[in-house]
Design a protein around this ligand. Sequence first.
Ligand code: SF4
Length: 382
Amino acid sequence: GQCIKICPVGALTEKNSVTELNRLLKNSQKHIVVQIAPAIKHTIGEEFFITPGVDVTSKMVGALKKLGFDKVFSTDFSADVTIMEEGTELIERLMKGDRELPMFTSCCPGWVNYVEKSYPNFIKNLSSCKSPQQMFGALAKSYYSNTLNIPKEDIYVVSIMPCTAKKGESERIEMQENGIRDVDLVITTREFAKLIKMNNIDFNSLPDDLTYDSFMGLGSSAGRIFGSSGGVMEAALRTVSHILTDGQLKQIEFKTLRGFENVKSAEIILGERKIKVAVINGIGSAKKVLDAIEKNKIYFDFIEVMACYGGCISGGGAPIPDSLEVRKSRMKGMYLFDSNSTLRKSHENIEVINLYKNYLKEPCGHKSHHILHTTYSNKTKI
Ligand code: SF4
């Protein structure tokens, strides 16, 4: 899809991850944990003739347990952590003033790579937050390792992600410490389906009542909608508005920010301040907005950018075919999950609350900065 074209790293990092993982699951002494990105839950079913958009969490968990993973966790959890960190970072930047703004989301490596290669002047505007995939890995090798007393050298983190750009992201030098990577191996949605099929697991007959393991498995539906364009922004607004209005702003849904339009924007009153936000679909549209910002033609405080049209539900690793109709169904399934959820805000997730209480202490604090934040660099060709 669109993703592969804008992520040249994709082709280079594609290797036979499925065979490698299959071998590891059968022979390794390591403690193998897996995280599953939000989009996968509403797309993997298509590989097994299930209607696009239907949430197949239980069957997926069942398959992963059968495959031999020690713990099955969810990237929705670390998406909630991302909101705590990124929301706090936004508030800090708003207080410091316009020089720090706009702030851009940093959870799509296709977008981050583009800024580093083509618009280095905007590197300072990228949120310093690692993506949810990387936050999960970093927490598995610190918080989880410490709490369960498993040496981090013995933990192997696998991610199931919507695109090959996530493989490149996991290999970045900034995403490892003393040779220990946050995330050890990334497979795409289609590769995950291949792994299930080569092990002769009958996906459709797996149970319908399984859930993720606890500790880093609970996600709010704000964390889930990260997989659709506009979802990160909406999730952030739910938490930032709670903090800035002392819980007074009751709005949960920000529907004008949803959907496939190239650029969506809104003005939101948060306590004393009105903030201008934008959500961008695709790198082509992002380029136009960046040029307009550089010429002072427009102004925004906070901007979400996803390289794929419609967000990660349209990722290059998703099942094929993925027509616009299919993508719309996936997105619909994701928002249906959100409207049916009783946990719709990242800051209300009890596993996230416990993480801060027992380990990180506070968002954007000393420990968070070390574990969950990162840096970028100018990669323009000379
Ligand atoms: Fe990957 Fe999602 Fe970015 Fe597409 S939008 S490149 S799937 S992270």
